[in-house]
Ligand binder design. Structure first.
Ligand SMILES: Cc1cc2nc3c(=O)[nH]c(=O)nc-3n(C[C@H](O)[C@H](O)[C@H](O)COP(=O)(O)OP(=O)(O)OC[C@H]3O[C@@H](n4cnc5c(N)ncnc54)[C@H](O)[C@@H]3O)c2cc1C
Length: 380
């Protein structure tokens, strides 16, 4: 292939791996450097909603066998998004009929990431934390790792999430705001016994239960179509609240054990309907962890170069609406199409990066805005 040599990707999360799959499929050399020592090092979260844009991006990026693996291990389609009060009165319901079995509506995050890693063993390097980069005299990009050593390529993609060191260096003016919202994220294993606890509708899709102003719990089932060895079906339990509503300062919150976090959720929902309390009571106490909810501020266009960004690294957004991962996947599909065009000699690599950024930046920040509007409606 002419025009484009080796592409470096910092971050082997959802967007970085989808991009790596697409570039590799197009015959471009790619090296992904991921800070985690292995794919299973940390609790990465639970259920991820995949929408039509995410499905289209996955089809564009992935080889058939990888897409098949992800589809096979995705969740059984639900058909409902509904809102409830804490005394279990339905406030809204939207049904989705006619979703084909070839459509992915949600995935388990760890299973999804493992699926995206399929066939990339020699391209993904775990235990490589990017600390810095520089452009060499020959115009290539040199990156350095905290663990020692580095790598060199023709292009660097920062797909390294909300704390992206590539963004900090490339766009020091970029601001990521703490929205003053915290999420305590856990799950209840779905067994024959706990399934009997589910109120009607709670096995059909995403349910938001609004508590007192500024808090609520999102519940949603993850029942695997074909459950991977070691995985369990579960009900996601995501308690979200403003810091005021939560009443636990960050310096304490981030030092609490998972079981203590579960107790916080239990206490916050103590006056809820008994059927809802039963779901919290049967949640796995060890499954909880806290998340700070942030959002990136819209950026003015910058001069394109051999370094660019995708996903949360550039347009972090709150999880309201469930579109952050979908937008990262869209970025991967758009950037891959541009780079493959450059590799075919149809445009220069820099023109490809500029054309990608022209689409990615407004699309990403429009999606941040819509997620923020939804967060405003839910949390005030
Ligand atoms: C509670 C919650 C629920 C969510 N639910 C949904 C949902 O239902 N649907 C949806 O679309 N989105 C959802 N999101 C958002 C979604 O998780 C993110 O938008 C998505 O993961 C972004 O993908 P990414 O590839 O940009 O970043 P990530 O998936 O975060 O990947 C970044 C990777 O970079 C690595 N990294 C970081 N720093 C370095 C470094 N210095 N060197 C090397 N590697 C590094 C990280 O270890 C990580 O693997 C949710 C988010 C939260 C918090």
């Amino acid at each position: 292939m002419s025009g484009l040599g080796k592409v470096l990707i910092s971050g082997g999360g959802l967007g970085g791996l989808a991009l790596a799959q697409a570039l590799r499929r197009g015959g471009i050399e790619v090296a992904v450097h991921e800070q985690d020592p292995s794919p299973r090092t940390r609790n990465q979260g639970y259920r991820i909603h995949i929408d039509g844009n995410g499905n289209a991006a996955l089809r564009a990026c992935l080889p058939t066998e990888v897409l098949d693996t992800i589809l096979r291990t995705s969740g059984i389609n639900g058909d409902l998004v509904a809102g409830y009060t804490s005394d279990l009165r339905q406030t809204m319901a939207q049904t989705f009929d006619g979703l084909g079995d070839d459509e992915i509506t949600h995935v388990d995050r760890e299973t999804f990431r493992r699926g995206l890693l399929t066939g990339l063993d020699d391209a993904v390097h775990f235990g490589h934390t990017l600390t810095d980069y520089r452009i060499t005299e020959s115009g290539r990009v040199r990156i350095e790792f905290a663990e020692g050593g580095g790598d060199e390529g023709d292009l660097l993609i920062g797909a390294d999430g909300v704390g992206s060191p590539v963004r900090r260096r490339l766009l020091p003016q970029a601001e990521v705001r703490d929205l003053g919202l915290r999420c305590l994220y856990g799950r209840m294993p779905l067994t024959a016994q706990t399934t009997t606890l589910l109120p009607a509708d709670f096995d059909r899709g995403f349910i938001w239960v609004a508590g007192e102003s500024g808090s609520g719990v999102g519940f949603a089932p993850q029942r695997f179509r074909d459950r991977p060895v070691g995985a369990v079906d579960y009900l996601m339990v995501a308690y979200a609240a403003t810091t005021e509503q939560l009443g636990v300062p960050d310096d304490r919150l981030y030092r609490l054990d998972p079981a203590d976090l579960w107790q916080v959720v239990t206490a916050a929902t103590a006056d809820w309907h008994p059927k809802l309390r039963a779901l919290i009571a049967h949640a796995d106490p060890d499954s909880f962890f806290p998340i700070t909810i942030r959002a990136g501020q819209r950026l003015e266009p910058w001069r394109s170069g051999p370094i660019t960004l995708l996903g949360d690294a550039i347009h972090t957004m709150p999880p309201t609406g469930g579109v952050g991962a979908n937008t990262a996947l869209q970025d991967a599909a758009t950037l891959a199409a541009e780079l493959l065009s450059a590799a075919r000699g149809e445009k220069s690599v820099l023109a490809a990066v500029a054309d990608y950024e022209r689409v990615m930046v407004p699309r990403g920040f429009d999606t941040v805005d819509s997620s923020l509007r939804m967060a405003g409606q839910l949390f005030g």
